[in-house]
Design a protein around this ligand. Structure first.
Ligand code: AMP
Length: 220
């Protein structure tokens, strides 16, 4: 499975909350044997563990707003400095601001391009998806629709505390206001692609693979 420079795939998944970034990032990362780095998951783990960062982030997350750039850039700098990311990574939930996008560029050497894929889904579809989304209360795994218990640890499924309607609307408007600006930051690059997220999971995965291949070349 060759891909890009030295076989390294560095992928950023963009898209509004509920676009399927997490599901697709996990699937892609597993298929390529590279780590998935989700800043939302890292923050939720910190909240569950009750660390200082988790306590500080919880209130901001529960209100649907963005955690500060300095904290987020620190988290990602540390994560991307670990050796398992040398073979590549799928970054999901980051960057969400132009300052984060600029910091990401500064973190990376030029041995492989940064592929940026935006998953597009209409707002009314997102609101419906987020309201029925359930995660495992014990390990945080996001359950596909129709699942009754966690497939990873058997834990009970719960609604994310930021997936209720009022917070969902706030998160979508935060996305429209600030995160949209990073589309402007990336969309002129020849490593940027968009994928239609309003199709089956397999359909999105196929389009995502094709989009990455069209940037990096090679067959997959
Ligand atoms: P997610 O799971 O990606 O939807 O993230 C859940 C919440 O974590 C967001 O609504 C933000 O409060 C926070 N968060 C995650 N990633 C970032 C980021 N890159 N910048 C700021 N806040 C973030």
């Amino acid at each position: 499975m060759s891909a890009g420079t030295n076989g390294v795939v560095r992928l950023v998944m963009l898209g509004p909350p509920g676009a399927g970034k997490g599901t697709q990032a996990e699937r892609f990362a597993k298929a390529r044997g590279i780590p998935r780095v989700s800043t939302g998951d890292i923050l939720r783990e910190a909240v569950q563990a009750g660390t200082e960062m988790g306590r500080a982030a919880r209130e901001v997350m529960d209100a649907g707003r963005l955690v500060g750039d300095e904290i987020m850039i620190g988290i990602v700098t540390e994560r991307l400095s670990r050796p398992d990311t040398r073979a590549g990574f799928v970054l999901e939930g980051f960057p969400r601001t132009v300052a984060q996008a600029e910091a990401l560029d500064a973190m990376l050497d030029d041995t492989a391009p940064l592929v940026v894929v935006d998953i597009e889904v209409a707002e009314d579809v997102l609101v419906k998806r987020l309201q029925i989304r359930r995660i495992c209360g014990a390990c945080g795994w996001t359950a596909p629709p129709g699942t009754k218990v966690c497939a990873k640890c058997g834990g009970a499924l719960v609604q994310r505390t930021d997936d209720n309607e009022a917070v969902v609307r706030e998160r979508l408007s935060v996305y429209a206001r600030s995160t949209q600006s990073i589309l402007d930051f990336y969309h002129r690059r020849n490593t940027f692609r968009s994928v239609d997220g309003d199709q089956t999971e397999g359909g999105v995965a196929a389009d995502l693979s094709a989009a990455v291949a069209s940037v990096l070349g090679g067959s997959r």
